[in-house]
Design a protein around this ligand. Structure first.
Ligand SMILES: [Zn+2]
Length: 623
């Protein structure tokens, strides 16, 4: 049961003034924010020799698995005691300040940068964990980049008193109250505060219910395009698929916080049909540094998406809604793992000296695997799309440096080199591991139980408040899964470095796996070995220009024709009924050639095909 917000709030504010609890006053400025943190509580404070205590901003935050060093973006750090007297401050490393004086500090003040707007080369912060502050457009308040803490102060309740420009609205899953030009937000602890980012801007919001969960979408689009209604339409279908997959959603509210960057200029260069070399270099330089994607929290997730305009040649994958959908189910499923099933290192997260858990196969691998399965079982992906996606993950996952370290070793050391570079494999190899584990559970239990049942049983056993034993978790998992050979699977392939047994496991869900496979495709009419012509590479490899045409040219191409590679790829993929529609730039204008399709068989590793209909149908349907 929840108390009415106002009473809860008054209670907290009253106790805050009586016992000097933690209160942050935050005000958004043109390119940053000012923070005043009142309330000092540091169990390790040393009062014997004058006074000394240490204030920190996080080195990293849960879910990012990377060194972030938010303290680098703090300036003008000062501390005063109860009489307003300035205390001695000494910066220690990237993230800490040692404060000394004859009395305890009561208030620290500092300025935080709008981190997304800075050029950062080393340890750049992934945008969904970063901050953006603009007093005209809005603010993305990811707590790690805003709120600090005294050593040991992470447990007590906190209040944020946030300056709210007229007409703006603070979207968050935190409880709160807006009054005049301030919004008050309350959190049960520093952990809870960092787990609940805030999007502060003019309202562009939408909401809907998924079973017992109220879903809210809030958008900050930097060029002002309203998007919440579009996002809602697309997300509702995915969330309905989630509802069918999960017996009960373990949260009563969930907030999608989305920021959309303006990259229409890049879209104009790339998809105008005639990109310039200089333009492409500019795009590559600018985009290579952008972290499009999302970060999960217990009852919300933050998205950083790019608006590449609406050029007719823009690939479907770059539509803003598509970018959101690619991440949304994955982020939402994090409410199960790691948020509801995790190791002590995540539960009692140490922001100053974090230790990493070895179970990334579970936190990211299982989550990504479920995201794909949910969309397939919910009819959001066709069988072909699902199998292609999983084949792609097998293929990418094979690039994991198994000869150097195992998946658990990578996970434990993910903040350091060379392990950090292998982190991305949690989404491919990690998801494939989960697939093979699911197949074995289904095989052993005659399809009566599957991986989600095991995970939900463990979720009930542990849950958000009770971490599992880091070292003993493989055993705990196997005990619930009741699947012969599963412990050995973890030993050999997750803790060990052996090659994954695709064929053996996937057979149990009715799939035939072949290491070497082939596919029949529409022949490439620009391949000089297969057509009577000569071509030259154009636009930094993004195009081909026809230089010579012989008597046996069969596609209707002429000298001077230019074909964009992305058009060629989509035309070959979409070729049907003997005709391939190939867009060509000819004499300055765009024409679409109707090319008669010739097929060819090309080799392709990791072939997946359905070999047992009954098993595969059972896998494809959520009972
Ligand atoms: Zn994730």
């Amino acid at each position: 049961m929840k108390q009415p917000i106002l009473f809860a709030l008054l209670g907290l504010l009253a106790s805050a003034s009586a016992t000097a609890q933690s209160v942050y006053l935050v005000d958004i400025k043109a390119d940053g924010a000012t923070v005043e943190h009142r309330g000092f509580a540091a169990p390790d404070a040393n009062l014997s020799d004058g006074f000394a205590a240490t204030y920190h901003l996080p080195k990293t935050v849960p879910g990012t698995y990377a060194t972030l060093d938010y303290g680098r973006f703090v300036t003008d750090f000062t501390a005063v005691d109860a009489e307003g007297k300035a205390l001695k401050v000494k910066k220690k490393g990237n993230n800490s300040w040692e404060v000394r004086g004859s009395a305890a500090p009561v208030t620290v003040r500092y300025t935080v940068a709008s981190i997304m707007e800075l050029k950062v080369k080393k340890d750049k912060i992934f945008e969904p964990a970063s901050t953006y502050h603009d007093d005209q457009k809005g603010s993305v308040l990811n707590g790690g980049g805003v709120y600090g803490f005294w050593t040991g102060q992470e447990r007590g309740p906190v209040t944020v008193d946030l300056g709210t420009p007229k007409g703006w609205f603070a979207a968050t899953s935190l409880e709160g109250e807006a009054l005049g030009d301030r919004t008050t937000l309350v959190a049960s602890s520093y952990h809870a505060l960092l787990d609940n980012p805030v999007l502060l801007t003019k309202p562009d919001t939408a909401g809907f219910w998924v079973a017992n969960t109220r879903v809210t979408i809030a958008v900050l689009d930097l060029n002002g395009t309203p998007r919440a209604a579009d996002f809602k339409r697309e997300l509702e279908a995915d969330m309905a698929a989630v509802e069918r997959f999960l017996p009960q959603l373990p949260v009563d509210r969930y907030t999608f916080l989305t920021m959309v960057g303006d990259f229409r200029w890049a879209g104009d260069i790339l998809f105008s049909g005639k990109p310039s070399v200089g333009g492409i270099i500019k795009v590559v330089r600018s985009l290579s540094n952008q972290g499009f994607g999302a970060l999960e929290h217990n009852t919300s997730s933050v998205y950083y998406l790019g608006d590449f305009g609406s050029g007719e040649r823009m690939p479907e994958d770059l539509r803003v809604e598509k970018q959101l959908l690619d991440a949304a189910v994955h982020e939402f499923m994090h409410i199960i793992t790691p948020l509801g099933l995790h190791a002590p290192a995540i539960h009692d997260f140490d922001y100053a000296n974090p230790t990493m858990s070895q179970h990334l196969w579970l936190y990211e691998g299982v989550t990504e695997y479920f995201a794909q399965l949910i969309r397939y079982q919910g009819g959001r992906l066709t069988q072909q799309e699902y199998l292609d996606a999983m084949r792609g993950k097998i293929s990418q996952g094979e690039k994991f440096p198994n000869n150097k370290f195992s998946f658990t070793e990578m996970s434990r050391n993910v903040l350091d080199k060379p392990y950090a570079e292998a982190y991305m494999h949690v989404y491919d190899r990690g998801a494939v591991m989960a697939w093979l584990i699911d197949a074995q559970i289904r095989g052993a239990q005659q399809g009566q139980r599957s991986l989600i049942d095991v995970i939900m049983a463990l979720h009930t056993q542990y849950g958000p408040e009770r971490p599992f034993d880091e070292a003993g978790f493989f055993d705990a998992f196997c005990e619930v899964a009741e699947t012969p050979g599963l412990r050995e699977f973890f030993t050999k392939y997750v803790e060990g470095r052996e090659a994954l047994p695709y064929a053996e496991a996937l057979k149990l869900i009715g799939l035939d796996y072949q290491a070497k496979g082939s596919e029949v495709k529409a022949m490439n009419p620009l391949d000089a070995a297969k057509n009577d012509l000569k071509v030259k590479v154009s636009n930094l490899g993004m195009g081909r220009v026809v230089k010579k045409v012989g008597p046996n040219e069969w596609a209707g191409l002429k000298v001077g024709d230019e074909v964009a590679m992305q058009d060629l790829v989509s035309a070959r993929d979409a070729a049907v009924d003997g005709i391939m529609k190939l867009p060509v730039t000819r004499g300055g204008s765009r024409v679409v050639l109707e090319v008669p399709v010739k097929t060819e068989t090309i080799s392709r590793p990791h072939q997946l095909s359905v070999a047992n209909d009954a098993l595969w149908t059972a896998f494809s349907t959520r009972p």
